[in-house]
Write a protein that binds this ligand. Structure first.
Ligand code: ZN
Length: 174
């Protein structure tokens, strides 16, 4: 598994599900993959979790988070499921605390960090598929993207401006 493979798998999923318009219905994607999404009180620091049991997997999302944050969390947990990060047999709970902030702790050497990066890359590609983003940027008919364009694109894809900025940069559009 690699970052490139995670990105490619997300883009392939977008094509397979025939997603042609923004914003991507990320909860719908989760549901098409057999993941139930529940919105519950997860406490102060936890934004999302993927709970895998004998019956399958469920995504828990913090009820009080803003919608864009929830969408990213759903995409991130969907990524862990789709990329088969939950390889341990039986019950397994994966808890996420902050997606866009890199984890600076002892976990970084265990390989968990790599899975978080892959999940974030997958999530970004699912929420902002390259084909759709390029299409919408082209439709803006501008030589250069300004802050107002980024704001409009973020709104259109229903993601945070921070997430859109990172995505546009990685697509070399910004
Ligand atoms: Zn994670």
């Amino acid at each position: 598994m690699s970052i490139l493979s995670a990105r490619n798998q997300a883009e392939a999923l977008v094509d397979a599900l025939n997603i042609k318009h923004a914003p991507v219905d990320v909860a719908g994607v989760a549901s098409q993959l057999g993941l139930e999404v529940v919105y519950i009180d997860l406490g102060e620091e936890i934004s999302g979790a993927l709970i895998t049991g004998p019956q399958g997997s469920r995504i828990a999302i913090r009820k009080s988070d803003p919608q864009q944050r929830q969408r990213f969390s759903i995409a991130h947990e969907t990524a862990h499921h789709y990329l088969r990060h939950q390889f341990e047999p039986g019950e397994h709970v994966h808890v996420d605390r902050g997606h866009l902030i890199s984890h600076r702790n002892q976990r970084s050497s265990t390989g968990i960090e790599a899975k978080e990066i892959e999940a974030n890359q997958f999530a970004a590609c699912l929420l902002m598929p390259s084909r759709l983003v390029r299409e919408r940027v082209k439709a803006l008919s501008t030589e250069q993207l300004y802050d107002s364009h980024v704001t409009a694109l973020a709104k259109e894809f229903n993601v945070s401006e921070q997430a859109m900025t990172i995505r546009l940069t990685s697509l070399r559009l910004l």
